[in-house]
Design a protein. Structure first.
Length: 389
């Protein structure tokens, strides 16, 4: 088979394999479209494979954090002179459809990342603070992430949850970059995780343990790692230490401990937007709505452009049946961040309770434009079907 350009409109007879998770379609849908276009779908990578498509649903790593077997086989064939191309998913989409169905321009908020990955918002915020993921846009305290950041966050959640070390991930991505053009964004983010090392805790006896409880022996007597965070009973020294302890407690489901830690952080260092927001979220999760509302109000007072504070304040006020105030809070959030999908949803729900269905429909429709595939999307479609136009 002669070599063909990946820009060629005629893919008849070309053999195509896929590795990694596709973001735009299922693997079966891709197979059907490839065959409908006259190409040949191949599960393994063989000497006859012309194109290996790398899915954009996350870095192409296996469960052990190594490059997938298909990528390793493609590298081997290329080194032997094989005519095999390695391209991203968008090339496959352009070939099959003539356009780009993959919505690479869509942005996701911190809350949306948490819902998609089924992880606490505090974990997402912790990744932001430590530079593991970086927002492409910030509106007040509201962070927006693009598709690449979502893919990196998904990989972080999966691999670190499975105990794969950042060093293993780094070695695999370095290997990939050495022979195939790729986006080095994920690698630069994971460098932060590797450089800062595992999160270690100092016991009262002066020993270091991992968050899993595994004891770490200090053979050379070196100084404490920079990212060590004490547990609550270890008596943190500063407001920042208490804040980090609160985040850790919240991640572990120890909400009462988190509330105590955030309050101590406030007492030691004074109110900050981040502490007020986290304390408000923890209080809200335990049903302490009035206290949570006070925290969100304080965060909004400290930073009037803090979109998340206004949105969260609206939620609490709505549940306290202070609907007019809730509507004003949501409108304040949307005035600063018109693309904030959660605020559109919350405002629509509140307007519907007040009987203002016409305006509620407009905000439900806008929500669907911004977040069409979320768990809430079907609920919104049902609302639109049932409410009069």
């Amino acid at each position: 088979m002669g070599q063909a350009s990946t820009n060629s409109p005629d893919w008849t007879g070309l053999q195509i394999a896929i590795t990694g998770r596709l973001a735009s379609m299922t693997r079966e849908q891709a197979r059907e479209r490839i065959e409908a276009a006259g190409a040949i779908y191949s599960e393994p990578v063989t000497p006859e494979t012309h194109l290996l498509v790398v899915g954009r649903g996350g870095p192409p790593l296996d469960e052990e954090g190594q490059l997938t077997a298909k990528l390793r086989r493609a590298r081997e064939l290329a080194s032997e002179g094989g005519e095999i191309h390695i391209e991203g998913e968008e090339v496959l989409i352009a070939m099959l459809t003539g356009d780009h169905e993959l919505d690479l321009d869509r942005l996701y908020t911190t809350d949306q990342l948490g819902r998609i990955l089924a992880i606490p918002r505090s974990t997402v915020r912790s990744w932001i603070r430590h530079g593991l993921i970086q927002p492409v846009r910030v509106s007040g305290n509201l962070h927006f992430f693009d598709f690449a950041e979502l893919a990196t966050a998904r990989t972080l959640a999966q691999l670190t949850g499975d105990g794969v070390t950042p060093a293993r991930i780094r070695r695999s991505l370095e290997e990939l970059e050495s022979w195939s053009p790729t986006d080095s964004r994920a690698l630069s983010q994971l460098e932060v995780l590797e450089e800062s090392g595992p999160l270690l805790l100092r016991t009262e006896e002066g020993q270091w343990i991992e968050t899993s409880g595994q004891l770490r022996l200090d053979f050379d007597g070196t100084a404490a790692p920079a990212r060590a965070v004490p547990r609550l009973h270890l008596v943190p020294d500063s407001g920042e230490d208490w804040f980090e302890s609160g985040v850790q407690a919240e991640d572990e489901g120890r909400i009462d401990d988190a509330i105590d830690a955030y309050r101590e952080a406030l007492a030691r260092s004074g109110p900050t937007v981040e502490v007020c927001l986290n304390l408000g979220n923890a209080l809200y999760s335990t049903g302490q709505r009035r206290e949570a509302a006070d925290c969100y109000s304080q965060a909004a007072e400290l930073a009037p452009d803090c979109v998340e504070a206004w949105n969260n304040l609206g939620i609490v006020l709505g549940e306290m049946n202070r609907l007019d105030e809730a509507v004003r809070a949501y409108r304040r959030a949307l005035a600063m961040a018109p693309d904030y999908s959660d605020a559109h949803f919350n405002l629509a729900e509140t307007l519907a309770v007040r009987g203002e269905l016409g305006e509620a429909r407009r905000h439900w429709a806008r929500y669907l434009e911004l977040d069409p595939t979320s768990l809430w999307a079907e609920r919104v479609r049902e609302r639109l079907r049932r409410s009069p136009s």
